[in-house]
Design a protein around this ligand. Structure first.
Ligand code: PHE
Ligand code: ZN
Length: 892
């Protein structure tokens, strides 16, 4: 907690470290109230780093540490031999080789930030990314300092029978006074943010797994006792990840042992510590009784993600934190490809791609258009923890995907190979990655650099002209990018635009550009601000399918007619654009209906749209998973992002109206599809079954959006008879969302009864209790008063991040009607919660703070309340850097 003005750190100020660390030896005497850390560093002067004429110093960082002793080459240092300025400890020194010994004390049991060494449910865990290692010991805690680690752990044997750290277990044994020890050695050089230890009472599922080169690796998934019935899927996902990395990229596990540990208190999803991944329980624990299909998919993706970091992040790491997307964008791309390959079918791949597009529009486009907008490689930050964003992660993954689109799969693979050949065991930059791609592909990718340096979502405006006489079709693309904080003008991007042309019968027309035959999908390279492409031999007026497979993270504008969209929605051979056509049809109506709702006009939905939805619903030639995506309306957040002045209530009324109207007008088709989509037999989280359940449960949601007694009875029956959490929670959601319906007797009683029974059955399962809170927090009938009441529930606590998020963050981020109450009560609650959380855990508080990012987009009456709430937070004397940066930028 700082009271002084926070400092901005700039990418341009990077300087190399004055000393490098070759080896680290750490000794831990673990005690929740007083842990003693002995740190022995072998340092080497870095002559590549100039000192700018100043005398050379060893620079170490430390936070919340009690310094006991420092020795330099065996000589004890006194207070005058070094200087401490905030977190920075500087020791004047010019020797070539230095051994530095530092002893410090920290207090894990009072560490509520969950950064550094902390206690969760009586066990010790660490979290060091980005700058947590400095809360464990003084160290040059920056990712370009890579060292080997030897770690001695000592702790009470009965309380902490399991002692884990990175790498290989060298030795273990007993000590006097009921204590024991374990010695671990990590043979690979790593930055300090990848250090980890666990000292705990845990159990594991384990097996040995054959690697490509014939070695066998020991794989372990560690959990609290009682959760051993929920580790199977994580273990399976780990084995699939190892195999996939070998097969697709020829990348092998470089250790003999790989461990996953689940912890209930964790700020993020999971962490890729070398050989010792630490996970939020949410991304490990699953069985059909407690976890949904989405949970299973999340586990596979996150287990993959962390495992893939072993090469993209750990073996090749980041030079500085501005390069975060070097590892995160690339690793998200890799986990996306992994998930797609695990499904295997073309249509399954498309569904994963649609999900990615949805995430971008739901979260990244709004971020890129708000006060926290930043390039994929930021130029400055106050608090690095605020930059673990959808821009760095998901837009970063889109940037990596565009290399593959431009270079082709083989070309991209060559680029990856070159990247590893050049940079293994180095700390590098996004430019190094781009250079590897350019050199391997023999291409000039200098303009592509702007995807890293310019923030904001580019807009591509398309115009077309068909010349029947010449049989040419001209596609004119004009690109622009709105101003973002600190970046007024933008230069043109290098944008791959995948295009197809449909004939009147919906079939792809062959494409010819400058006499070259391009098949049926052409990847055009838009590099100018305004560029035209002329297709030849076009025998009829076509319908353009632009930005196939979402070939670039841009907003495409084109004046499609309803007839063209209906043609694309029923025929486009590119499933992503087929889905997209449906979204455009829906969005047009939703925006118009929101205007009508705001003006108090009556609402009405046309047959063209309802018929298109009906056709999609009953088209048995299409995968259920795809149909579910195609029938799902754009979210309220996505609709809001299209409006100059956001009216949350009008948006909600419009979307609810469309849902209810579809529910009523397609009632018999929905009911028939519900019955046809059952998944008899034992639960299995395979893509086919997941798709069927998703479509079935969407049908149920539509039926309950216009509820009659039959719909509610159906939901109740599903709730009672569900054999898995996916179906159970879907039925619960349908009942809770229908709670205010006047068409059904006792709608509220049905909802309350189901909620009560759900809690009773699952109160012992923390992750399910989170679902219970989140379900209520997101229901439009839940207002601030109801949330406050839920906060007094014995199961609620602000101290556990998952729990705090399930209620408070869900309400502020996923319940627009409740949060944007006209009296400003939602915003007052937000301010109160941000302040209360900030005193415990700045990272969680700061994420919540971002719920107000786009406050200037709302109607003036709401803005006034929002500004007041923001000022209330900003005006606090003590505030973390994390929250101060977010509210400061929002108000700027
Ligand atoms: N590096 C982690 C990941 O994306 C995320 C993380 C960041 C976890 C900071 C904890 C703290 O895989
Ligand atoms: Zn990551």
């Amino acid at each position: 907690m700082r009271t002084d003005t926070p400092q901005t750190i700039y990418r341009k100020d990077y300087t190399a470290p004055s000393y490098l660390v070759d080896a680290v030896e750490l000794g831990f005497d673990l005690d929740p109230a007083r842990t003693v850390v002995a740190n022995r560093l072998t340092l080497r002067r870095n002559d590549a780093a100039g000192t700018g004429g100043a005398r050379r110093e060893i620079e170490l960082y430390g936070e919340e540490l009690q310094l006991v002793a420092i020795r330099l080459n065996g000589k004890a240092l006194g207070a005058r031999d070094y200087a401490i300025d905030g977190a920075l400890l500087r020791i004047p020194c010019d020797a070539q080789d230095v051994v530095l010994e530092i002893e410090t004390i920290c207090v894990p049991e009072t560490n509520t930030t969950l950064s550094g060494l902390y206690v969760s449910n009586g066990n010790f865990y660490t979290q060091c990314e980005a700058e947590g290692f400095r809360r464990i010991t003084y160290f040059p805690d920056r990712p370009d300092v890579m060292a080997t680690y030897t770690v001695m752990l000592r702790a009470d044997k009965r309380q902490f029978p399991v002692l884990l750290s990175n790498g290989n277990l060298i030795e273990e044994g007993d000590l006097p006074d009921g204590r024991h020890y374990a010695l671990w050695e990590d043979p690979f050089k790593k930055p300090s943010y990848l250090f980890a230890l666990v000292a705990a009472s845990l159990v594991c599922q384990e097996e040995t797994f054959p690697l490509q080169d014939g070695r066998r690796a020991l794989l372990q998934v560690w959990v609290e006792e009682g959760n051993l019935d929920k580790t199977d899927y994580a273990m399976q996902s780990l084995k699939r990840s190892i195999r996939w990395d070998e097969e697709r990229w020829n990348l092998e596990l470089d250790l003999d042992r790989f461990m996953i540990v689940a912890v209930g208190d964790f700020n993020m999803g999971a962490m890729e510590n070398k050989g010792l991944n630490i996970f939020n329980t949410k991304y490990v624990l699953a069985n059909p009784r407690v976890a949904t299909d989405v949970d299973f998919q999340g586990i596979e993706a996150v287990v993959g993600h962390e495992y893939f970091h072993n090469w993209t992040g750990n073996r090749v790491t980041c030079r500085d934190w501005f390069q975060l997307s070097l590892k995160e964008g690339l690793t998200v791309f890799r986990d996306q490809e992994f998930s797609a390959d695990m499904i295997g079918t073309a249509s399954g791949r498309a569904v994963t791609r649609i999900d990615q597009v949805r995430t971008l529009r739901q979260a990244q486009f709004p971020e890129d258009a708000g006060p926290m907008a930043h390039p994929v490689r930021p130029d400055s930050f106050v608090e690095i923890n605020n930059f673990y964003t959808v821009t760095v992660y998901e837009k970063g993954a889109e940037v990596v995907r565009m290399y593959q689109t431009l270079l082709g799969r083989d070309g991209f693979r060559k680029g990856m190979d070159l990247y590893f050949a050049r940079h293994d065991e180095q700390a590098v930059t996004c430019d190094d990655f781009r250079a590897a791609m350019a050199d391997a592909g023999g291409r000039d990718l200098s303009q592509f650099e702007r995807w890293y340096s310019q923030a904001g979502t580019p807009v591509v405006q398309a115009e077309t002209h068909y010349d029947a006489e010449r049989q040419t079709y001209t596609l004119r693309l004009v690109q622009s990018c709105p101003a973002t904080p600190g970046q007024a003008g933008k230069l043109p991007f290098h944008i791959p635009v995948a295009v197809g042309l449909l004939g009147a019968d919906g079939r792809d027309l062959p494409l010819t550009l400058d006499g070259v035959d391009l098949g049926t999908t052409a990847v055009l390279e838009l590099v100018e601000a305004d560029q035209s492409f002329v297709f030849g031999g076009v025998r009829e007026q076509p319908t353009p399918s632009i930005l196939r497979d979402f070939s670039a993270p841009v907003i495409l504008k084109y004046g499609y007619s309803d007839a063209e969209l209906v043609l694309l929605f029923s025929h486009d051979s590119d499933p992503v654009n087929r889905w997209e056509a449906g979204q455009r049809l829906a969005m047009g109506r939703l925006l118009k209906l929101a205007e009508d709702a705001a003006a108090g006009r009556s609402l009405d939905l046309d047959d063209v749209f309802v018929d298109a939805m009906r056709k999609m619903l009953v088209d048995a030639s299409l995968d259920p998973a795809f149909r579910e995506q195609a029938l799902l309306l754009p979210s309220e957040t996505m609709i809001a992002d299209q409006m100059d002045v956001v009216d949350p209530m009008a948006i909600h009324m419009a979307r609810q109206f469309v849902r209810a109207d579809i529910g009523a007008r397609l009632r018999s088709e929905l009911r028939a599809q519900y019955d046809a989509s059952q998944t008899p037999g034992e639960y299995s989280p395979d893509a086919e079954s997941i798709g069927r359940r998703a479509l079935k449960n969407l049908c149920l949601a539509y039926l309950c959006a216009a509820p009659d007694e039959a719909a509610i009875a159906l939901a109740r029956r599903q709730f009672d008879e569900a054999g898995n959490m996916t179906d159970r929670v879907a039925a619960l959601g349908a009942l809770v969302h229908a709670r205010a319906s006047s068409a059904v007797a006792d709608a509220a009683a049905h909802a309350d009864d189901a909620l009560r029974r759900f809690y009773d059955e699952f109160q012992g399962e923390a992750l399910v209790v989170d679902k219970w809170f989140a379900m209520q927090a997101s229901a439009p009938t839940t207002d601030v008063a109801a949330v406050r009441a839920l906060m007094t529930h014995p199961a609620f606590t602000l101290r556990n991040p998952n729990r705090a998020r399930s209620l408070v963050s869900t309400f502020c981020g996923a319940n627009p009607v409740g949060f944007h109450a006209p009296d400003g009560s939602g915003y007052a609650f937000w301010a109160e919660s941000v302040i209360a959380l900030d005193a415990l855990n700045p990272q969680v508080a700061s994420r919540l703070a971002r719920a107000m990012d786009r406050w200037r987009r709302y109607a003036p009456a709401l803005q006034k309340h929002m500004k007041k709430a923001l000022q209330q937070v900003a005006g606090r004397a003590t505030l973390s850097n994390d929250v101060r940066e977010v509210v400061g930028k929002a108000l700027a």
